[in-house]
Write a protein that binds this ligand. Structure first.
Ligand code: AMP
Length: 399
């Protein structure tokens, strides 16, 4: 084994996803998830050499304990000697961060400051950074931001039509998320199609529990559907996506909602879940729709309609579209949604190849439009962990 492995950490408020990856080969030497942290029955599940294991934690044990156990595990498997860096997924980098960075005191402070913009995400990411810095004090810690790829957007695309002062004094603007994924799959698509990056026009659709679309011109993000927070844009599992902001005062003034209740409604009770009144899980919705469940059918139709509309609108900043890329749990697996979306975009010069669409599942990459189509659609499995490992190893080497 070469000594280039990176421990990749993605720390949520009650979970910690981890992997040890060789960025040169993309091989995962360890992967796992610590879940229900801080709750009554936390546990760590991990996979090593094809074998799955579960370790129970004590009630209430949280991130630091999970990382301490992870350190013990990494050492007992002899993987610690191979590590060159720890790479952290950080959700919000604000305007400070246009690329991945080594974490020092100044960077740490800037991430703390940016937590105002991402109160649900950045504090959890910081828990992971602090615990890992304590546990692996000899290793460089690197932050890879979900927002960084979108920092190439112009003010025309990123500003809201609000008083400019709100942007100047408080940084209120569109930032976009899923940047690591949009970057990875667009780069792969350019390679797969043999395009010249400097004249390429790609739209990427990251469709998972969170969903966003990105317009990528000449390899750079020029627009994306998420905004100040990951709530803007597409219909998602439990998030509403775009709504009339006038709804807010209606809910508060007419229906007596509190700010917190509106926030919960839009983030946790809407989207596929809200419309179907059944589930936020796309598989359940598809199965119910196939059985004739009217609200599941409606949820699926609305999801695809809004997605197709958003994709079509990105032909404007791109001035045409060479390729549409589907990724994320839904994008990589749902032939049903891909077919519905491509059908609504037929005016862009794309037609689904039914067999190729069925074949592109479970981690398989593939072109799913017919040969000769002017706009191509592809399925490309995302690999955010690999990008984090790659950036962390590179920055560690350069320091
Ligand atoms: P992610 O956040 O990328 O893990 O994606 C989670 C979403 O992918 C959930 O809505 C799942 O229902 C959806 N998903 C996973 N597998 C499939 C599948 N075979 N068909 C449809 N949706 C799927």
């Amino acid at each position: 084994m070469s000594s280039t492995h990176v421990l990749v950490l993605n720390c949520g408020s009650s979970s910690l996803k981890f992997a040890i990856i060789d960025p040169n080969t993309a091989q995962e030497h360890l992967s796992g998830l610590a879940e229900r942290l801080g709750e009554s029955n936390p546990q760590i599940k991990y996979k090593h050499q094809g074998q799955k294991h579960t370790v129970a934690l004590n009630a209430g044990e949280a991130h630091q304990i999970a990382i301490d156990k992870l350190v013990e595990l990494v050492k007992s498997l002899g993987l610690d000697k191979e590590l060159v860096a720890v790479g952290h997924r950080v959700v919000h980098g604000g305007e400070h961060f246009t690329q991945s960075v080594l974490i020092d005191d100044t960077v740490h402070q800037a991430i703390v400051k940016t937590a105002d913009l991402a109160p649900l995400h950045n504090p959890a990411n910081l828990l992971g950074i602090d615990a890992a810095t304590k546990a692996f004090s000899h290793l460089p810690q690197v932050a890879v931001f979900d927002t960084a790829f979108h920092q190439s957007m112009s003010p025309t695309a990123y500003l809201y039509a609000l008083p400019y002062e709100l942007y100047k004094s408080h940084g209120i603007r569109r930032y976009g998320f899923h940047g690591t994924s949009h970057y990875f799959v667009s780069t792969q698509a350019i390679k797969a199609l043999g395009l010249e990056q400097k004249s390429s026009r790609i739209i990427t659709a990251h469709l998972g529990n969170g969903c966003s679309v990105c317009a990528i011109k000449d390899g750079k993000s020029v627009d994306t559907s998420m905004g100040l927070t990951p709530l803007e844009g597409l219909i998602m599992g439990t998030r509403s996506g775009d709504i009339d902001p006038g709804l807010f005062s209606y809910l508060v003034n007419q229906l007596g909602y509190s700010v917190e209740q509106v926030d919960t409604l839009l983030n946790k009770q809407s989207g596929l879940q809200g419309i179907s009144e059944l589930s936020n899980d796309c598989r359940t919705i598809e199965e119910a729709a196939a059985d004739g469940h009217p609200q599941a059918t409606l949820a699926l139709d609305m999801f695809c309609y809004r997605l197709a509309k958003q994709i079509a609108s990105f032909a404007v900043p791109l001035g045409g579209v060479d390729a549409l890329v589907f990724t994320g749990g839904i994008g990589e697996n749902s032939d049903v949604i891909r077919a519905k979306v491509v059908e609504q975009l037929s005016f862009l010069g794309m037609e689904i190849d039914a067999q190729a669409n069925l074949d592109a599942r479970f981690g398989k990459e593939g072109e799913i439009t017919r040969s000769g189509n002017t706009t191509k659609a592809l399925v490309i499995p995302t690999n955010e962990e690999w990008v984090i490992a790659h950036d962390a190893a590179q920055l560690a080497q350069e320091q």
